[in-house]
Design a protein around this ligand. Structure first.
Ligand code: G3P
Length: 222
């Protein structure tokens, strides 16, 4: 499963890109609202930091304007993918953009039927949300499993991009269910990295090495 970063924060992207773990980036209007600067420049910087698909979401609501905004965003960089919120207008816009060679990521997907419509319309990616189900006491992984299973039995070329990730277990479970991609907030990446036994083991190795060095230094001085 490929790992994407779900953020527009350039500092976090620089940190995570240096780890060598990122295959792409997703953003949305909420994430973009947290970053200072001109929209096009932000997307250009993101594309410079991470060599992979970078999802930029449109805010237009009608198919014609979605297509126009999508063309404008796609012209920023070859790696830009156009993110559309699931709906009839977005399906129609997807059909047009896909025929022009512009990749679409259909977002705010909460059911297998929505995902299947997205794939049939030609979306390159579909983003089933996990965490927003959890937020209302439901299990988003159940829907993700349905989508992955349905796609495996179909000839869709659309990649399943697990989104709205709240913690490392979402990432592991998405991989176990066969999602193609998980898009992960920086906070969760940092959680994935850490474990108290790793920290204590590293500290012990360092302490034992330093003790050995000190013992050798004492022997040399005698
Ligand atoms: O970017 C799409 C998705 O990852 C948003 O997640 O945390 O706002 O539900 P969240």
């Amino acid at each position: 499963m490929k790992l994407y970063a779900d953020t527009a924060d350039l500092n976090d992207l620089e940190t995570l890109a240096a780890w060598g773990v990122l295959s792409g980036v997703t953003t949305n209007p909420t994430l973009l609202s947290k970053v200072e600067g001109e929209e096009g420049e932000i997307y250009r910087r993101v594309c410079e930091l991470v060599d992979g698909p970078v999802s930029a979401e449109v805010v237009a609501e009608a198919r014609g304007e979605m297509v126009s905004e999508g063309r404008r965003l796609a012209a920023i960089h070859p790696n830009i993918v156009i993110k559309l919120p699931m709906g009839a207008e977005s399906l129609a816009a997807t059909n047009t953009l896909a025929h022009e060679g512009i990749r679409v990521n259909m977002t705010l997907c909460f059911t297998a039927p929505q995902a299947m419509l997205s794939a049939s319309a030609g979306a390159a990616f579909v983003s089933p949300f996990l965490g927003r189900f959890d937020d209302i006491g439901q299990n988003g992984l159940t829907t993700l499993a349905e989508i992955v299973e349905a796609f495996a039995m179909s000839d869709y070329e659309t990649e399943v991009l697990a989104a709205s990730i709240r913690h490392p277990i979402h990432v592991v479970e998405a991989a176990r269910m066969g999602a193609d991609i998980a898009t992960i907030p920086p906070k969760v990446f940092y959680q994935m990295l850490q474990h108290p036994l790793t920290a204590s083991g590293t500290a012990q190795f360092t302490a034992d090495h330093e003790a050995r060095q000190a013992k050798k230094a004492t022997e040399v001085s005698q």
